[in-house]
Design a protein around this ligand. Structure first.
Ligand code: NDP
Length: 251
């Protein structure tokens, strides 16, 4: 785990990941670098970690400070150690459906769906949000499971007309309580990816849980729903990376 600067949210995320590694028996190293770290210095560290045989997975906690180019950093990580699945090689593999690593949050959503015995095939799936780390890969994973997928975003006209049609609705918007009960199809599976901190310091999702739970057939809470699954999937990717780096066997 590499963290640059002292963003408090990033610090919490890295601590949680470190704790999860310890609980799973995964050896981890943390590189906490000062805000003033240059891009060259960060690239040198990544190069060293790429070559380090006892390290299977590299995670650079995002966002990095503004003077460092995020894309250059992501592209520098060995795709076989890219446990976040952000490298273009891994993104491309997700597109074709023959992948080793899946971005942790969408993977966690799929695990929740699967473990709940919900069959995606033929279902109307609506993903609200099209970011590279959540919305887009989420849509691809639902498509690979034969869902009929619609991706909505800030330019979508009449959002509710789409969300009301969803058998499976994934909200990844970043606006607190944005999806309300009247935007949901009765009985729908509602998965809330959002993590928003309210003024009273409490966490809440992108779905208005109180109104949505009355309409939905199944719904995930925030906190406690997708968040812990994201970390669990990171552990899974790390074990997968260890196997790939030891055996050289890829999908
Ligand atoms: P981004 O800000 O990168 O993307 C937000 C998306 O929402 C964009 O595609 C944007 O559209 C869309 N959007 C914004 N406003 C609207 C609107 N009014 N109507 C419809 N769509 C809209 O966020 P992320 O994908 O990174 O994260 C989304 C949420 O998930 C955040 O709350 C984040 O904290 C949380 N998150 C949770 C994780 C977990 O472990 N549970 C992990 C990662 C993120 P456009 O592209 O047009 O701008």
């Amino acid at each position: 785990m590499v963290i640059v600067g002292d963003d408090p949210a990033s610090r919490i995320y890295v601590n949680n990941k470190k704790k999860a590694c310890a609980e799973c028996g995964i050896y981890s190293e943390e590189y906490a670098l000062p805000e003033s770290t240059t891009q060259e210095e960060l690239l040198e560290l990544i190069d060293r970690l790429n070559k380090k045989s006892d390290i299977s997975g590299i995670l650079v906690q995002l966002p990095v400070p503004e003077h460092i180019d995020e894309t250059t950093i992501i592209n520098a990580i060995n795709p076989n150690k890219d446990v976040d699945a952000f490298h273009p090689v891994n993104v491309g593999k997700i597109m074709v459906g023959n992948f080793d690593f899946v971005p942790c949050t969408p993977a966690g959503v799929m695990e929740l769906i699967n473990e709940s015995g919900i069959d995606v095939s033929g279902k109307e799936c609506v993903v609200v949000g099209r970011s590279n780390i959540v919305g887009k890969p989420q849509a691809m994973l639902l498509l690979h499971k034969n869902g009929t997928v619609t991706i909505c975003h800030s330019r979508t006209k009449d959002l509710a007309s789409h969300t009301k049609n969803a058998d499976i609705l994934v909200a990844a918007v970043g606006i607190p309580k944005f999806i309300t009960g009247d935007m949901i199809k009765p009985g729908a599976v509602v998965i809330d990816v959002g993590i928003n901190r309210l003024e009273n310091k409490k966490l809440c999702g992108d779905v208005d849980f109180d109104s949505a739970e009355k309409i939905a057939g199944a719904i995930t809470p925030v906190p406690g729903g997708v968040g812990p699954m994201t970390i669990a999937m990171l552990m899974k990717n790390t074990v997968r990376a260890a196997v790939i780096n030891r055996t050289g066997k890829q999908s």
